[in-house]
Ligand binder design. Structure first.
Ligand SMILES: Nc1nc2c(ncn2[C@@H]2O[C@H](COP(=O)(O)OP(=O)(O)OP(=O)(O)O)[C@@H](O)[C@H]2O)c(=O)[nH]1
Ligand SMILES: [Mg+2]
Length: 298
């Protein structure tokens, strides 16, 4: 029996999408450790995947995805437990595409087309983001501290231009999720796997569901009342902080290279990966993919 399922990975800028794709490709391609899904038959051009997986393997950050770059990553996976083939389309749109959609209320045709037929999403948020949902009181205090003479009007009040990109991340994410389920896109979503990336930077308690409730309560409430099937995983695809190969720290910058050195010392690179939740094996990034595909937890 074979089945074609297509999932999409979405998330704002720097939410960890490309790093996840790089680590997942390394994991299935190297076969270093046992994982739930295996590599299936592949044809075509995998240079992009190979390039990002190679950066990952050698302990560097993956490059930022450019605004107009839309890499359609296809991974054919096989589920040994049921012999089922899972065609996984991992469309890596840049985070900026989503931020632009929020600000302009339009989504370019390429991006919209990439969503067609999508029922299941991998939604990335990062545990490494500083808090961005300040209250009016926090903002008022900050404004007082940073008073700029040019912004003061004759009546003494201040005028600061509204910048939609500065809207709290969870507001943008909820808006995006809700918008794609409304006309004209009208996607009929079924499952959302929330991936909290950079989990190595996450809380002591190691509970991804609690993290989402406490750090992104609006998104948490939306998902709970959305009628969707939802799981929340904590994932460290990189295992720690890595330097940027195009802008590397000085060789004597011990702090900047600390995690890289430690991660590179592991005999199997696959063991840098950490996955938390739903009984997933410690390093198995395919666990959420399997669940999205309806192959896990039924
Ligand atoms: N500490 C830590 N940092 C991570 C991890 N995964 C990703 N990062 C960092 O988070 C930042 C964003 O990761 P990307 O994978 O490029 O994120 P993205 O969602 O593809 O970003 P765009 O391409 O800009 O949309 C990079 O600086 C990564 O090094 C992780 O597991 N641990
Ligand atoms: Mg990217």
């Amino acid at each position: 029996m074979s089945q074609e399922v297509r999932h999409m990975a979405i998330g704002l800028q720097s939410s960890g999408k490309t790093t996840f794709a790089a680590a997942l490709w390394y994991l299935i391609d190297s076969g270093e450790i046992p994982i739930a899904l295996r590599k299936g038959k592949h044809t075509g051009d995998y240079r992009y995947l190979e390039a990002i997986a190679s950066r990952w393997e050698h302990g560097w950050q993956v490059p930022r995805t450019k605004t107009l770059q839309q890499e359609i990553i296809t991974m054919n996976l096989k589920d040994p437990a049921t012999s089922m083939d899972v065609g996984l389309k991992f469309v890596d749109l840049s985070g900026e595409t989503f931020e632009k959609a929020f600000a302009t209320r339009t989504l370019n045709q390429n991006a919209a087309d990439a969503f067609s037929g999508t029922n299941n999403l991998m939604l990335f948020v990062s545990a490494n983001d500083s808090r961005d949902d300040l209250t009016m009181i926090d903002v008022a205090i900050q404004l007082k501290d940073n008073l700029d003479e040019d912004q003061i009007k004759d009546d003494g009040s201040e005028e600061v231009a509204f910048d939609p990109a500065k809207t709290p991340r969870q507001v943008q994410v909820v808006d995006f999720l809700d918008s794609i389920r409304q006309p004209p896109m009208s996607l009929s979503l079924e499952r959302v796997a929330v991936i909290i990336s950079a989990w190595d930077k996450g809380p002591e308690h190691n509970d991804p569901i609690r993290w989402l409730r406490e750090k992104m309560p609006l998104l948490d409430q939306y998902l709970r009342n959305s009628g969707l099937m939802v799981r929340v995983y904590g994932v460290s695809a990189q295992g720690g902080d890595l330097p940027d190969q195009d802008n590397p720290p000085a060789k004597d910058d011990l702090d900047g290279l600390l995690d890289q050195k430690e991660l590179l010392s592991l005999a199997k690179a696959s063991k840098r990966i950490q996955v938390v939740g739903y009984g997933a094996d410690q390093h198995d990034l395919t666990h959420p993919v399997r669940w999205l595909s309806g192959l896990e937890g039924e």
